[in-house]
Design a protein around this ligand. Sequence first.
Ligand code: C5P
Length: 241
Amino acid sequence: MHDFEHSPPTPGCTAAIIPAAGSGERFGDARNKIFATLAGQPIWFHAASRLRARAEVGPIVMAVAEADRKAFEAEFAPLVEQLGIQLVNGGAVRTDSVGAALDAIADDSVVMVAVHDGARPLVTDGDLAAVFAAAWHSRAAILATPVAGTIKRDVGYGRKSVTIDRRDLWTALTPQVFHLGLLKEAYRKHNGRPATDDAQLVERIGHDVVLVRGAADNLKITFPEDLLVAEAILARQTNHA
Ligand code: C5P
């Protein structure tokens, strides 16, 4: 049994799950976003490399769409092997993909799990360290960034808007890090209700999730133009490394 209060995380105690099985529809390319590159390397490889660089991270399980699996392995097998990644087939929605990866974690020494979007290649080591440390003590922590814009809710037939007070609003980022048993329980009780992140499932079973302020430029590549912004952020990160 781990003494979460007093002992530091042990090497390899955290499994990383990388959902990368989206359809990439909004990306609008002929091929799925999973094949897109940033500075010469696949987007997912940036994300996975940053996780692999952390001592806490042991197994990495990545969910890939079944339809892309063959082409993915044909193209990327050496990179997958280099980072020691286990592949699983994803599902129809994100929670199906994460659930499949969760079921594949077989290593008994794993006590924590970090879920990180394959489409977020720019997470910094400092932010990883901060969210890992917070989750180790609280059992559930996510990176998040304060909402920057003014948020409107459409409340009516005539497209009537009301303004939401943004002072306590945050945009959820990843990684989202949990005690393994807690996330497994959240998934067992999920029952298919829609959820766009994992923290939502943990909140539903009544467990607090700590928000750790992370860099807003940990962006999710969704549209092709996001790659231009990502390249600029990557260049700045590389110059300051
Ligand atoms: O759809 P969304 O942009 O929220 O996806 C976030 C991440 O979840 C992406 O990395 C995407 O590949 C992944 N995903 C998945 N399986 C799905 C849908 C999304 O692994 N069915």
